[in-house]
Design a protein around this ligand. Sequence first.
Ligand code: ADP
Length: 461
Amino acid sequence: SVSTAAALPILTKLQNDCSTPLPVLRHVADAMATDMRAGLAVDGGSDLKMILSYVDSLPTGNERGLFYALDLGGTNFRVLRTQLGGKEERVIDTEFEQVSIPQDIMFGTSEELFDFIASALANFVKKEGGKFVLQKDRSRETGFTFSFPVKQTSIDSGILMKWTKGFAVSGTPGKDIVVCLNEAMGRQGLNMRVSALVNDTVATLAGARYWDDDVMVAVILGTGTNACYVESVNAIPKLQGHKSISGKTIVNTEWGAFSNGLPLTEFDREMDAESINPGEQLFEKTISGMYLGEIVRRVLVRMAEESSLFGKDIPKRLRTPFTLGTPNISSMQQDTSDDLEAVGSILYEVTGMDSNLDSRKMVVEVCDTIAKRGGRLAGAGIVGILQKMEEDSKGIVFGKRTVVAMDGGLYEHHPQYKRYLKDAVKELLGPEISSNVVIEHSKDGSGIGAALLAATNSIYE
Ligand code: ADP
């Protein structure tokens, strides 16, 4: 029909601009490895910050005792306790609670925020019982997963650089957040110390390693994206005077800031220009859950403007940024019905668009194009990290089983994205090496991971 004909060139151009043939993937993987080296050489040497986590020892399975974890990374925070019983009994029991942070606390003072957290934690501790037993003559210890930009100075200290994700708490930037929390726990009369301050990627790696000694990399693909991996201390020139008994340390890549050689479209550039951080986090804007739906929406607006595919008028909701979420994209891609009924109703309910079978098919193609590019580039990023590790260690990574622990809502709930990611890894590594690389979902490893890191970094061990 006439209407499809006008939208088709837009789709064709999009597919071209987003295509990720092997040479593009290879370039991204190589550039990731190169940027990692540059970031390890000197602070500010690369798009990748390559932040030192000060986590030098990972869980072995021998951990014993009662440990807590506290996770602050968004509008909710979680408290968790776990009773560990060593190699035989493993995780004897785990309990957690989630508390949402009231708006006035997110815009309040530093003391108010940390008092709120410490008081929720104190209430949770009061309910300790059953299988949870604190060892004699010990204070409680907690891991603290804090997913905001922190300049870490040791495993149990870190200066907040700035609040993000809607937090505007006054007085914390420039302060050591572990000191803030310890003081607040003191005010609550809670006898507990923070023994490990970690980022969520690092906690995921620790949580997965507890069950599997071959875990070397962790990747989060949720609203945002990040990756960390096990690095040799002597491969980090910028690390001076740091002693690690194991000779290893976890490096947080902050790979969302990667930007080298990405196949970007005019829709990506416009979204970036209108974002709160133009020119920043380009890899994140191409592969993570916050953005995939928004890129699709921008393509659909263009198609609606230049063809009659979606009717005469463009609904206001379709013109509103971020109305179409990545979960909507995923749901539309799962529609296997002949008339694409689910696609039609999602389009109508979410954006107000009318559609027919032709336009629905077109929409699914757009969704698939954006998900495919995202998944394949994420896969290339993973290969970049593995490649860097292999180049330094000759055979330690590719010559034996190596596990990449994955977490995050996008990876977990978008089957095509996951498929594309795995396919790209296979294409890049070839059948032999890729049979040694296991890409594995590590569900909610980060909560227990922080508690495990509190155990491995306990002052009593
Ligand atoms: P966060 O990254 O916000 O800490 P999650 O790891 O749970 O939390 O990821 C949530 C994100 O995952 C959402 O913002 C969304 O982008 C993505 N997501 C959730 N469900 C789906 C889905 N069904 N399909 C695709 N993406 C999804």
